[in-house]
Design a protein around this ligand. Structure first.
Ligand SMILES: NC(=O)C1=CN([C@@H]2O[C@H](COP(=O)(O)OP(=O)(O)OC[C@H]3O[C@@H](n4cnc5c(N)ncnc54)[C@H](O)[C@@H]3O)[C@@H](O)[C@H]2O)[C@@H](O)CC1
Ligand SMILES: Nc1ncnc2c1ncn2[C@@H]1O[C@H](COP(=O)(O)OP(=O)(O)O)[C@@H](O)[C@H]1O
Ligand SMILES: [Mg+2]
Length: 280
């Protein structure tokens, strides 16, 4: 097992050259936010935007449009009942699906559509409800994506892998990941107070940072957005995911040094400053 360190940030976060534009930092689509969980997809979009994604679009229930635009005017909105979702997906570099999605039949159909549409040039990040839908029906596992990043907390991983929380040891987790994704294109971010990251080649990484002030709803939704923002602009490999996980916890630790509770939106607010500090 490899413990990740600050070095991953300087390796991944690049100083921006003058001759660039938004098109160089990736197009990301975030799908989620039902009638009750609009905040989840808004926090995820905030993580993607503040970590530097070039163009951020949210596909969500129409009830969330006003709140999304009021909080994040930089982000584009698409009603999730729009018919041409598949056409929109095709134009994206990164697709995030799950925060606040819910597990309705409608949500299930969105996953089916993603599975039928996504191609190997795209990265798919699955979180929260999307993972629970996969757990209910393994045939929804998208086999044609370039890279698939799964970001379950321990309970979501229990549902998906059938490994109960006390038995989520590295070898068992790797075997379950390889069984779910035999094509070696998957990365598992297993979130807990000591988050571990697994790739389908058998590598295991430990995130040494994070603190209990971060135990607040929306913290994982924010992480998913940050991973998406990093993949959109820096590329799709294990180092990029490791850097995003590390940065999320580093921000949490900095904030916890003088705050009892760390709100997920406080993490997103700190990202531009932290990224400036570590850019190389
Ligand atoms: N503001 C919002 O709109 C929010 C919406 N959320 C959405 O709510 C839906 C359900 O997700 P939840 O995760 O709340 O519900 P889950 O039922 O999937 O999991 C939460 C429960 O799992 C257990 N658990 C065990 N180990 C854990 C660990 N290491 N980390 C976290 N939980 C652990 C805890 O008992 C916890 O109550 C998802 O779609 C999610 O995106 C949540 O993200 C919370 C914030
Ligand atoms: N005690 C803790 N120590 C370190 N990190 C924590 C702690 N509690 C929660 N976190 C982090 O907060 C995030 C919680 O994710 P998740 O449970 O999916 O939240 P949500 O779905 O509410 O957004 C994970 O990144 C996890 O590592
Ligand atoms: Mg979550």
């Amino acid at each position: 097992m490899i413990e990740i360190s600050q070095e991953i940030l300087t390796r991944v976060i690049k100083k921006r050259s003058s001759n660039t534009h938004k098109g160089n930092f990736g197009r990301i689509l975030l799908i989620g936010g039902n009638e009750n969980y609009g905040g989840a997809i808004i926090m995820s979009a905030e993580g993607a935007l503040n970590s530097g994604a070039g163009l951020v679009t949210v596909v969500t229930h129409s009830l969330n449009a006003a709140a999304l635009h009021a909080r994040l005017p930089e982000v584009m909105y698409v009603d999730w009942r729009q018919r041409n979702l598949a056409e929109i997906i095709k134009k994206m570099d990164v697709i995030v699906c799950g925060p606040g999605l819910g597990n309705s039949l409608f949500a299930q159909n969105i996953l089916i559509m993603i599975k039928e549409t996504i191609t190997k040039t795209q990265t798919l990040i699955l979180d929260a409800s999307a993972l629970d839908l996969l757990a209910q029906d393994h045939s929804l596992v998208p086999s044609s994506a370039g890279t698939v990043v799964l970001t379950p907390h321990q309970m979501e991983w229990q549902r998906l892998s059938q490994i109960h929380i006390p038995f989520q040891a590295d070898q068992a987790n790797l075997t379950a990941l390889q069984t779910l994704f035999p094509r070696e294109n998957a990365i598992l971010v297993l979130k807990s107070n000591h988050t571990k990251i697994y790739d389908a080649k058998g590598n295991v990484y430990l995130n040494p940072l994070g603190n209990p002030g971060m135990a607040v709803g929306g913290m994982g939704d924010t992480l998913t957005g940050i991973i998406g923002g990093f993949v959109a602009q820096f590329g799709s490999n294990i180092d990029i995911v490791l850097a995003a996980v590390y940065l999320h916890s580093l921000a949490g630790d900095e904030l916890a040094s003088n705050n009892y509770v760390v709100r997920p939106t406080m993490i997103s607010a700190l990202l531009p400053e932290l990224m400036k500090k570590y850019a190389n």
